[in-house]
Design a protein around this ligand. Structure first.
Ligand code: FES
Ligand SMILES: [Fe+2]
Length: 355
C-alpha cells in the first residue's frame, strides 16, 4: 500500500468477537453428498471446516493435527455409534468436541493428549450458518432479522455471493443514500432527486438505527418490482443491515436483510434474506430484481481503492451514516484492546441523537 494511505481501522482483532455468517444452510447441505459436510469456509483469513455431527453443526480449524491435511476433504462417518469427521490422509477421526477418537494405524495405543483441533462457536439461524471465532467476551449476539418467523410473511434465503471488496465498504454501499441517483437511475431512483436530508443516527443495543423517507414523487417513474417506500434501518454491528420498507404501493412490509462476511481483508461473502408480506409474485421476480441492482453496484464498489477504508477520504454532511459507522468501528477496535468491560460498553451503551 502506498505511503499516502492510512487504514482507518488499524487493529482488526475486535472482529473475532462478533458472529459472522459463513454459508447458507442450503449451501452447506449441497457441499457434500452426505448432506452433513464437511465443507471448507474462510472467515477473517482463517480456514475452517464445517461438519454436522449427530445433528450438531461444528466449526473447527481445517487442518489435521497429524500432518496438516485439510479435514474438509475428509468425510463424516460413524465411530462407535457416533458421527465423527475423518481426515482424508490417514483416517484419524475427530468427534464434535474436536478430539481425536481413533488413529487407524495404531488403534491399540493411547491417543496423545494434544490430538485435538480448535473449534469455535457455531449456530444455524435464519437458514444461515454463523461462526464466532472468539467467545472470550461473550457479549455479542447473532444479528437482528425482523419478521423471520412471523405468520403470513414469505421468506427467501438467497445463495451467498463473493465480492472483491472489504465488508466495511459493502456495508457502506448498502446504506449510502446519495449513490442511488447515480448508480441506480431508473431502477431504484429517479436521478432528478439527487439531494436528500441528513438523518438522525442512533446507537441502540449494538445497532445503528436510522430512517429515510425518499421522495414519493419519483414512484411513478420506477419499475413495478422496485420495493420502494419509507425506509427504517436497524443495522447490527459490524456488517448487518435490516432494511424494513413500508411499500408506497400498498403500505405492506418488505424487509431486505443483508450482511457482509469478512472472508479476508480484501474479500467479502454477502448474504441476503428477503421477508415480504404474502404477495402474488414468485420468489424469482424478487431475486432477479435484486440481482439487477447488485450488478449496478458491484463494478463501482469493486473499483474503490484501497480496498480497506482509508482515513484520507473526504466526507460531507450527507455522509453522516458512514461517518458514524466508521467512528463506531474505530471505537470498538480500540475498546477490544482494553478488554471485556470496555468492549461491552462501546457496543451496548445507548447513544440517542436529539430528535
Ligand atoms: S494428516 Fe490427518 S490423519 Fe494424517
Ligand atoms: Fe446500490
Amino acid at each position: 500500500m502506498s505511503a499516502q494511505w492510512k487504514p482507518l481501522i488499524e487493529h482488526q482483532g475486535y472482529l473475532r468477537h462478533f458472529w459472522h455468517p459463513v454459508c447458507t444452510l442450503s449451501e452447506f447441505e449441497r457441499a457434500n453428498a452426505s448432506g452433513h459436510g464437511p465443507m471448507s469456509v474462510k472467515l477473517l483469513g482463517e480456514q475452517l471446516v464445517l461438519a454436522r455431527l449427530d445433528g450438531q453443526m461444528v466449526a473447527a480449524d481445517d487442518r489435521c493435527v497429524h500432518r496438516s491435511a485439510r479435514l474438509s476433504l475428509g468425510s463424516v462417518c460413524k465411530h462407535e455409534g457416533k458421527d465423527t469427521l475423518q481426515c482424508p490422509y490417514h483416517g484419524w477421526r475427530y468427534d464434535e468436541t474436536g478430539e481425536v477418537k481413533l488413529i487407524p494405524a495404531c488403534p491399540d495405543r493411547p491417543i496423545p493428549a494434544r490430538a485435538k483441533i480448535s473449534k469455535y462457536d457455531c449456530e444455524v439461524r435464519y437458514g444461515i450458518v454463523w461462526v464466532r471465532l472468539d467467545s472470550s467476551f461473550n457479549c455479542t449476539e447473532i444479528p437482528y432479522l425482523g419478521d423471520w418467523d412471523t405468520p403470513g410473511m414469505k421468506v427467501i434465503v438467497a445463495d451467498s455471493y463473493l465480492w472483491e471488496t472489504s465488508a466495511e465498504r459493502r456495508w457502506e454501499n448498502f446504506t449510502d443514500f446519495s449513490h442511488f441517483a447515480f448508480v441506480h437511475p431508473g431502477t431504484l431512483y429517479d436521478p432528478f432527486f439527487a439531494t436528500h436530508p441528513t438523518v438522525n443516527v442512533d446507537r441502540t443495543n449494538g445497532e445503528l438505527r436510522f430512517q429515510l423517507a425518499p421522495p414519493r414523487e419519483m414512484y411513478k417513474n420506477l419499475p413495478e418490482e422496485a420495493p420502494m417506500g419509507d425506509f427504517t434501518y436497524r443495522c447490527s454491528m459490524p456488517y448487518t443491515v435490516n432494511l424494513e420498507i413500508k411499500l408506497w404501493k400498498d403500505d405492506s412490509k418488505f424487509i431486505l436483510w443483508t450482511t457482509a462476511s469478512p472472508v479476508d481483508e480484501k474479500t467479502c461473502r454477502n448474504f441476503m434474506v428477503i421477508v415480504r408480506t404474502e404477495d402474488n409474485q414468485p420468489d424469482h421476480v424478487h431475486l432477479a430484481f435484486q440481482k439487477l441492482v447488485l450488478e449496478e453496484d458491484r463494478p463501482v464498489i469493486q473499483s474503490q481503492w484501497p480496498i480497506e477504508l482509508d482515513s484520507s477520504e473526504l466526507s460531507v454532511s450527507t455522509d453522516k451514516i458512514s461517518i458514524q459507522y466508521r467512528k463506531w468501528h474505530r471505537e470498538l477496535s480500540q475498546a477490544a484492546l482494553g478488554g471485556y468491560e470496555e468492549f461491552k460498553a462501546s457496543l451496548l451503551t445507548e447513544v440517542i441523537e436529539e430528535h
